[in-house]
Design a protein around this ligand. Structure first.
Ligand code: BTN
Length: 264
């Protein structure tokens, strides 16, 4: 794996895409202490002050492109395990489908997976590349993330009460991602259902009402879990439906919200 580290860069994912052209066929890891134009999913800005684990891996697709469909979930699992390794078994660390990592219901990490077009028969004969961008809020106060995120986001140091070794965190997480994608490439089928059954035990809001935003559509239902391919199962109006894309949010009932307000 080729590694490029920066103090400040616009976005590690954008830099990884540029480096792919100069280093065809290589697995590339790009890290930066801070990003000036970090990008999140759905076109959102990803605030990236110093003290975070901001990195991207560029991965040349070596088998059929469909085999990589579950990479967003695998990357989420790798981040989940890395965060658990730091916080220990007592912390409630969960996946908000498909790949946000929550600690005590606060988002501490997110993953942005992109495919760089080109294809095997691309202009310069380069294989298509997957860019897996990972952001883990680590050694800073969540106030730095702005008023809109202060309530919903957290950082690892807020949970550990001390500094986390960012270099170790990135190295460990990148190694986990590498292991999982390699396994996916070697196995004949997609990642087996046993993998998703294990991931389901860490899925946030199972048994709770959630809303799923898919394009212009909002579906509200009871979160049931994951199916054998890692898709989200929701019970909607008494019938189970499965979804392979969307943004999930927790629907808090009025009584739960009043309870929370009183508890503050
Ligand atoms: C999300 O939850 O919306 C995904 C956030 C992904 C952020 C990471 S930080 C490193 C990489 N570079 C970017 O510009 N974005 C990803």
């Amino acid at each position: 794996m080729l590694t490029f580290s920066y103090d400040t860069i616009d976005s590690t994912s954008d830099q990884a895409k540029q480096l792919v052209a100069e280093n065809p066929g290589q697995i590339i890891l790009v890290t930066s202490d801070r990003q000036t134009a970090g990008r999140g999913r759905s076109g959102r800005v990803w605030r990236s002050p110093a003290g975070g684990a901001w990195f991207s891996m560029a991965w040349p697709m070596r088998v059929e492109p469909q085999r990589y469909n579950s990479v967003p979930l695998l990357a989420g699992k790798a981040v989940l395990d890395s965060v658990k390794a730091i916080l220990g078994p007592a912390a409630r660390v969960q996946i908000k489908w498909p790949n946000d990592v929550l600690v005590e219901d606060k988002k501490v990490a997110g993953v942005l997976c992109e495919r760089v077009l080109g294809g095997r028969a691309g202009a310069r004969g380069l294989p298509a590349t997957l860019v897996v961008g990972v952001g883990i809020n680590t050694n800073f106060n969540s106030d730095r993330l702005g008023d809109d995120l202060r309530r919903s986001a957290g950082t690892l140091s807020e949970f550990t009460g001390g500094c986390v070794d960012v270099t170790d965190l990135i190295r460990g997480c990148a190694a986990r991602i590498e292991r999982l994608i390699t396994r996916l490439e070697l196995e004949r089928s997609e990642m087996g259902s046993a993998f998703f059954a294990r991931l389901e035990t860490n899925l946030a809001w199972v048994g709770h009402a959630v809303s799923l935003h898919v394009g212009d559509r909002v579906v509200t239902g009871l979160c049931v879990g994951l199916d054998g391919a890692g898709r989200l199962r929701l019970e909607v109006s008494g019938r189970e439906e499965v979804f392979d894309a969307g943004e999930v949010s927790h629907v808090r009932t009025m009584s739960a919200m009043i309870h929370q307000q009183l508890a503050r």
